[in-house]
Design a protein around this ligand. Structure first.
Ligand code: SF4
Ligand code: SF4
Length: 191
């Protein structure tokens, strides 16, 4: 496990901002490590979940926002369930991902490309359209010929539909995205 470099420049407003955006009280964290112990993605993290929380407490904004862990997080909420202080760590990770995107700290660009591609199909059809996600992801990431070996088996077993399934009321879903963008524009932040 990597140690946190305490000599990095600290931003005292960072912890307050993360608490505000995530709705969590991070001062309650006493570093028991329960969140990290149950995290299924921890083996690929450069900062473990408890280290992320500690980094926020210490105001290590640059270090935390540039962590690849934010992008490898599966949003499974195991960490939140295991916290004895009821800190929703998964919510904190989500808020940090948004902050990292806004501030240009996307340290795992392919994952961000996948995330944006997934959301684009949800916005358009009201739910995920796997083939569309794949096509958009390849365009965004430039990985045009990656994973082709798994595409044929998935198609031949009917796991990937050629046409999108458009849900009833999908326009309502699209309007949620529009309201979110309008709010970001109003607050002067990147969506
Ligand atoms: S939500 Fe993210 S940080 Fe929490 S346990 Fe799941 S993968 Fe780990
Ligand atoms: S489980 Fe909760 S109290 Fe323990 S280290 Fe994680 S966030 Fe902190």
């Amino acid at each position: 496990m990597e140690s946190i470099p305490l000599h990095n420049a600290c931003d005292p407003a960072f912890a307050r901002q993360v608490e505000q955006e995530s709705g969590q009280s991070l001062a309650a964290c006493y570093q028991c490590g329960n969140c990290t112990a149950g995290c299924p993605a921890g083996f690929v993290y450069d900062m473990q979940a408890n280290q992320i929380i500690r980094g926020v407490q210490l105001g290590l904004k640059e270090r935390v926002l540039s962590s690849q862990s934010l992008w490898y997080c599966l949003s499974c909420s195991t960490c939140s369930q295991r916290c004895p202080n009821n800190i929703a760590v998964a919510e904190v990770m989500e808020s940090l991902r948004h902050m990292a995107r806004r501030e240009g700290h996307i340290s795992a660009a392919p994952i961000n490309a996948f995330w944006l591609s997934f959301l684009a199909t949800v916005r358009r059809f009201g739910r995920s359209y796997e083939l569309g996600v794949m096509a958009l992801y390849k365009l965004r990431s430039g990985r045009l010929f990656g994973d082709l070996d798994i595409a044929y088996p998935a198609l031949s077993r009917g796991k990937l539909g050629f046409l999108p399934h458009v849900v009833e009321g999908h326009g309502e879903v699209g309007r949620i995205f529009e309201r979110y963008k309008a709010r970001c524009d109003k607050e002067g932040v990147k969506p």
